[in-house]
Design a protein around this ligand. Structure first.
Ligand SMILES: C[S@@+](CC[C@H](N)C(=O)[O-])C[C@H]1O[C@@H](n2cnc3c(N)ncnc32)[C@H](O)[C@@H]1O
Length: 181
């Protein structure tokens, strides 16, 4: 997945992992940036993780990256949100971010994610997604829909998912949200 990352020749690179686990993906991206020829001035990293057991490991991994990044003269700003990425951000699905740039949204150059997979018809997400996504979608489509709305122009969305979102009937509304898929 990290081999797919291309956008590392910017002065400032913003990265999001919406379900970061122990931070293996973000640490790998940072490693790739540090080994590249084009060193940015600043890296901004945002991670979400709901499993409180993983937060200490994630915190340690990201904190270990910081001196390595700083050693190269690169600024490093990071935030670990111990909260549910969907609940925190689902409103972006009904927001026109270009019309309301002042609404506090943050946008990212690279969004990378290894999703959980389960049907969301009986979960807490059904109420917030029912007008936006068809019945019985898989949770990964919700992560993709919300994340794709937080992407900068020319940003990269790198998700490991099944391909069902390209063709399944239950992903019809999801495809309409992001016509580019
Ligand atoms: C498949 S793991 C991937 C972890 C890591 N990115 C990796 O590749 O090792 C998915 C992670 O997402 C977290 N997660 C699941 N739902 C979430 C949510 N709504 N918001 C934030 N994190 C979530 C889980 O606790 C789990 O650690």
């Amino acid at each position: 997945m990290v081999d797919l990352v291309e956008k590392i020749d910017e002065d400032e690179i913003s990265i999001l992992d919406p379900k970061a686990g122990t931070g293996v993906l973000v640490a790998s991206i940072i490693n790739k940036i540090l080994l590249s020829n084009s060193i940015p001035k600043k890296i901004i990293l945002d991670c979400y993780e709901i499993d409180s057991n993983l937060i200490p490991y994630l915190t340690k991994v990201v904190a270990t990256c910081k001196p390595e990044v700083n050693k190269k003269g690169i600024g490093f700003e990071f935030n670990i949100s111990k909260s549910d990425f969907i609940i925190e951000n689902f409103k972006v699905l009904s927001t026109n971010e270009t019309l309301f740039p002042e609404n506090g949204l943050k946008f990212y150059d690279i969004i990378i994610s290894n999703s959980p997979y389960y049907k969301i018809n009986k979960s807490k997400y059904l109420a917030i997604s029912k007008n936006l996504i068809d019945d019985h979608p898989n949770i990964y489509t919700l992560f993709m829909a919300v994340s794709s709305k937080l992407l900068n122009n020319n940003g990269q969305l790198i998700f490991i998912t099944p391909r069902s979102f390209c063709s399944e009937v239950y992903c019809r509304l999801f495809r309409a949200i992001r016509k580019s898929f």
